[in-house]
Design a protein. Structure first.
Length: 303
């Protein structure tokens, strides 16, 4: 009995689905839901499949279709969005910027983007308004006002080295960074990871990346051992400023982790952050939880 083209295609598609099952499960574990939502509506997928009505129940289905589409097209690293000009500058140019407190920051150009080369430490918004400094743990946990603090409220040993920790209420004012600059967005952070060599940051396994190591300050003056793969390739000099938790305002992980806000909130109303660890080489992203969490901030110059 001859096999029709339709039957052969159906059988082949089913085989591919089995092959990509594990890959799909990896994607599920390592990508924020909101990014998959964007990927599901991408032009490459629309050309092959009818647009999916978005809900949690077809999340896995969408991932499976994406994996199948990429397998069929052989375009895992060659999608329209990933075709970008090669980066010819990793810290090749530097500058200086000052904040509302007149603190000076070295700036660096990475590809076509200018970044601050250290964490923000301003105590005023760029319109001159004083930012609330919260020392009390319970007040930090319950406030809905823009606020900042120093790790362990130590303004001598921590604030001047690691910068301030800001809650997301301060970030969303859009007045934290100097005029003409903004809190780094999700897109800014992804572009940074790609510039550092993680060219498949949005389609590969984040946990195999090397961009975190390339962004970290070298040595163990501030990072605790083992500070894996730290090379500070472009002069970004990421430091382990820790965080202040929304739970009882407790401080965690100074010396072992750096947490940075992005300016984005996902579709579930949760802020998105980026993290680098002393014992890992990757730059990872996730949901930073409640807006009261205190993270470091890096500013990027507006285009």
């Amino acid at each position: 009995m001859k096999t029709t083209m339709k039957e052969a295609t159906k059988k082949n598609t089913f085989s591919i689905q089995l092959i990509v099952k594990k890959k799909t499960e990896v994607l599920l574990k390592n990508f924020p839901d909101w990014h998959i939502h964007k990927l599901c509506s991408g032009q490459k997928i629309k050309k092959l499949f009818e647009p999916l009505r978005w809900n949690r129940s077809n999340f896995v289905k969408c991932l499976g279709l994406i994996a199948i589409a990429l397998t069929i097209l052989g375009c895992t690293k060659k999608t329209e969005e990933s075709k970008k000009p090669e980066c010819d500058c990793l810290g090749c140019e530097t500058g200086i910027i000052t904040d509302a407190d007149n603190n000076s920051y070295k700036t660096i150009r990475i590809c076509d983007t200018w970044w601050m080369a250290r964490n923000l430490a301003t105590t005023h918004f760029n319109d001159g308004t004083l930012i609330l400094n919260i020392i009390d743990d319970l007040t930090w946990e319950t406030t809905s006002s823009p606020a900042y603090c120093a790790y362990n409220n130590d303004y001598i040993n921590n604030y001047f080295i690691y910068g301030a920790l800001y809650n997301f209420y301060a970030v969303e004012t859009q007045k934290l960074c100097p005029v003409g600059w903004h809190v780094a967005s999700y897109k800014d952070w992804v572009s940074l990871a790609e510039a550092m060599g993680d060219t498949d940051y949005l389609t590969g396994d984040i946990l195999t990346g090397r961009s975190g190591g390339k962004l970290k300050e070298k040595g163990t003056t501030h990072w605790k051992n083992p500070n894996i793969a730290a090379s500070d390739t472009a002069g970004f000099t990421a430091l382990p400023g820790g965080l202040r938790s929304t739970t009882t305002g407790v401080y965690y992980e100074l010396g072992t982790s750096g947490f940075w806000h992005s300016s984005d909130i996902n579709e579930y109303g949760v802020m998105v952050d980026f993290q680098i660890l002393n014992d890992k080489s990757y730059l990872t992203n996730g949901t930073g939880g409640a807006k009261n969490n205190g993270f470091s901030v890096r500013c990027v110059r507006n285009n």
